[in-house]
Write a protein of this length. Structure first.
Length: 313
């Protein structure tokens, strides 16, 4: 897989980005625990493999365990490998709405300490929908703090990572961000991120696509995973995915391969975030990303994908 330019940052990243939420061990969210040894081994495997882009966040895991475990793996490797990109995110303290400028600075300090770094390559303003746009851009607020940290050299590049497309468009219009993450809104099921993709491209901002599997439906099928994007899927979505699954079976193509490549085949997408919770997932994801999918299958899948109503917004 050839690396792609991460917008105007000057960084070059793999088409697949390693998501590390599960590496912090969230048994209530994912249904399983991840030990420190497994998490560190996973990052070690990532550094040996084809993916050079890792995504984490201040809030992933108990007390920042995702960042802490990544930091342990980086320390064992002697630091961030050449050409490797580690991105994290600023967050309020879990359970609070404190997204003040002071909280953003503390969040960055915590991330630096856990990751064992003296500067951060890329930091996202995470889930800005937790507060209003006016609060986010107010004097002394989170955006101002992030810009100051960038100007001081603590952060190299800024990103914004959220859900609502209209809100992310507002933040891109500030021209403060080099990268934007959207989740669950550019998949075989839903393409409501299209206006954001177009706007990002016009500004030279990198678009990073998260959750290409919609929470598992586009891996195991709707009869096994009837939810999409943290909630029950509509019957219309379930029926469309059933048809996609049957088509993929006809061509001996995993549904997950089609779901992942729907994103990676679009060169407007700089990278696609896929969660990995154990070392074997690295090679498994690489196989999905490189699976040979016939043009005939795409010609039948894409009309089904385009039939989505864009209900997530």
């Amino acid at each position: 897989m050839e690396n792609r330019a991460l917008g105007r940052t000057g960084l070059s990243v793999s088409p697949v980005c390693v998501g590390t939420s599960a590496l912090g061990s969230h048994p209530t969210q994912y249904g399983y625990e991840v030990s420190t040894d497994t998490a560190v081994a996973t990052i070690r495997k990532v550094m040996e493999g084809p993916f050079n882009f890792v995504d984490t966040s201040n809030e992933y895991g108990h007390g920042g365990d995702s960042e802490r475990r990544i930091g342990q793996a980086l320390a064992e490797a002697g630091g961030v490998p050449e050409g490797f990109v580690v991105a994290t995110k600023v967050d309020p303290i879990v359970g609070t709405r404190d997204f003040s400028g002071d909280r953003v600075r503390r969040s960055v300090e915590e991330s630096l300490q856990r990751l064992g770094l003296d500067r951060l390559q890329l930091v996202y303003f995470h889930d800005p929908e937790k507060i209003t746009f006016e609060e986010g851009t107010a004097a002394g607020g989170p955006l101002e703090a992030l810009i100051e940290l960038r100007d001081q050299g603590v952060i190299e590049h800024l990103g914004v990572a959220g859900g609502p497309i209209d809100l992310e468009l507002k933040y891109l219009a500030t021209d403060a961000f080099d990268v934007v993450i959207s989740h669950n809104r550019y998949t075989l099921v839903d393409q409501t991120a299209e206006p954001l993709i177009q706007d990002a491209a016009s500004r030279g901002v990198a678009f990073v696509n998260a959750a290409p599997f919609g929470g598992g439906m586009l891996v195991k099928g709707p009869d096994t995973v009837p939810n999409y994007c943290y909630g029950p899927a509509s019957q219309a979505i379930i029926e469309r995915v059933r048809k996609m699954q049957k088509l993929c079976e006809m061509y001996s193509v995993p549904l997950a391969a089609a779901a992942l490549q729907f994103s990676t085949r679009d060169h407007r997408v700089a990278s696609t975030i896929v969660g990995m919770s154990e070392p074997g997932r690295v090679d498994q994801t690489a196989r999905l990303a490189e699976w040979d999918i016939p043009a005939e299958l795409w010609s039948q899948l894409l009309p089904l994908a385009a039939a989505g109503t864009g209900e997530l917004g």
